[in-house]
Write a protein that binds this ligand. Structure first.
Ligand code: GDP
Ligand code: IMO
Ligand code: MG
Length: 421
């Protein structure tokens, strides 16, 4: 039995959906433990493409999906996702934590209002209400999944919370009146539909661990969007690093056997905030176009740049990553040269750690090591030695620098376009 954690090591969209789906063949449970429908995880099986936002990616393999206590749930979106999967003949086996916080209409309104207020200093959020919902959770003003199943409790919570939220909405100058009755009826109706899935998922998971079941923990976003270790304040509002998984799923840290860090073979970022290796030239365009780098959730173009080993080493250290999964190696095919950032130059000095100050990060200039590119990648490659020699050299360099072995290489979006090392 194993408990395997899969997390993103960069700014999200590393290919977590694809890799989780691949590993899910061995899993009994696949667990989301943080984030919400800001995530967009893509799974491609044959000609079928699934884009999941809240439902764990393992349900496509028919495995039980758990939405853990650390996730924030927009119940309308979740129900829509469940309905779409049912329509496509993939009725998900699903369990939802009774403790998961619920994204309410005012969270979405306030997410938009805060961004508008920030103007050119905006975070570039997905406007899904994620930040305001997590803020309410830690301020102890949250509404949780269990609360949707009891009308009286929900009514009392809304009576306490809505007047304050209305004041905030008014201060931002947004012309919206929160209708207490309508919100009560809508969210109680969601609760009625979701009731069959809502349970003590942490108990279920701990029992499964005792029974030596295989559990796959599916991260959302990536290390550099972590609210503590990312490019704060240009981050999301949850813990995307390994530590977040034990809190967000309700399992002990010592239960995790393997921590797989997903690394896109280059770097992308959606939204605002510094990206030290960003390319605003034709190579950046190549990566964006060949890699189809447009957001799964918001369709925004993703900013692209070279692989950044300062970032990757930071991720490996903070999460204790034990194995790497490299994705989108195919996208580099055809580039004459490939750069990898090994250090930053900051105020005339070379540094090899990720600074805390956002001004310092913005001032960092990457120091590159240049590799010879390749043009001959066989899309049917099934083992490491099938890859072009130049690609092998590139991958071995990543392993050497991070001191973490590569376990998987993805050379296309499909389930089969995967090499186990
Ligand atoms: P996630 O948020 O980490 O799950 O990643 P997304 O699904 O948002 O974005 C990754 C995109 O790259 C999706 O469109 C995937 O289908 C696609 N993808 C994943 N792995 C590969 C790969 O190895 N090569 C190529 N070309 N595309 C990939
Ligand atoms: P997956 O799981 C890429 C980014 C947003 C914004 C910042 C804060 O698909 O990798 P939020 O709405 O969370 O408050 O936005 O975080 N962001 C993501 N970027 N992939 C994601 O998820 C993201 N989820 C949030 O673009 O910059
Ligand atoms: Mg994504």
């Amino acid at each position: 039995m194993t408990v395997t954690l899969v997390i993103g090591t960069q700014w999200g969209d590393e290919g977590k959906g694809k890799v989780v789906d691949y590993y899910a063949k061995h899993a009994d449970y696949v667990v989301r433990f943080q984030g919400g429908n800001n995530a967009g995880h893509t799974i491609k099986v044959g000609e079928e493409v699934y884009k999941l936002h809240v439902v764990p990616s393992g349900v496509i393999q028919g495995k039980t999906g758990i939405i853990g206590n650390g996730v924030v749930i927009d119940p309308g979106i979740l129900l829509q996702e469940i309905d779409e999967l049912i329509q496509r003949g993939k009725k998900p086996k699903l369990l939802i934590s009774d403790r998961a916080n619920i994204i309410m209409p005012y969270h979405k309104i306030l997410d938009g209002a805060e961004e508008q207020y920030l103007g050119d200093k905006k975070i570039g959020t997905t406007k899904r209400g994620i930040g305001p919902c997590y803020s309410d959770k830690v301020a102890r003003n949250g509404i949780r999944a269990i609360d949707l199943t009891n009308k009286e409790t929900l009514q009392k919570l809304l009576a306490r919370i809505l007047p304050l939220k209305q004041k905030l909405i008014d201060i931002y100058g947004i012309k919206t009146t929160l209708d207490r009755k309508e919100i009560l009826e809508d969210y109680y109706a969601y609760g009625k539909r979701l009731k069959e899935y809502i349970t003590t998922t942490h108990i279920e998971l701990n029992k499964a661990i005792q029974k030596k079941k295989n559990i796959l923990l599916e991260g959302a976003q990536g290390t550099m969007l972590d609210v503590e270790f990312g490019t704060y304040p240009y981050t999301t509002s949850s813990h995307t690093i390994a530590g977040g998984s034990t809190i967000g799923a309700g399992i002990g840290p010592k239960t995790i056997d393997e921590i797989i860090g997903i690394v896109k073979a280059y770097t992308t970022r959606v939204g605002e905030g510094p990206l030290p290796t960003e390319l605003l030239d034709k190579t950046g365009k190549h990566l964006q176009q060949v890699g189809h780098e447009f957001g799964t959730t918001t369709s925004r173009p993703r900013r692209c740049g070279w692989l950044d080993l300062v970032v990757l080493k930071h991720s490996c250290m903070i999460s204790g990553i034990t194995k790497l999964a490299i994705t989108k190696l195919d996208v580099l095919n055809g580039l004459p040269e490939i750069n990898v950032c090994t250090q930053y130059r900051l105020n005339g000095k070379k540094i090899d750690y990720f600074p805390a100050s956002i001004e310092d990060v913005s001032a960092c200039k990457p120091v590159y090591k240049t590799f010879k590119g390749w043009t001959t990648m066989n899309p049917a490659s099934s083992k490491f030695s099938d890859l072009p020699k130049e690609a092998q050299t590139y991958l071995r360099f990543i392993e050497k620098e991070t001191d973490v072995p590569i376990a998987l290489i993805s050379i296309g979006p499909g389930r089969d376009e995967t090499i186990e090392v």
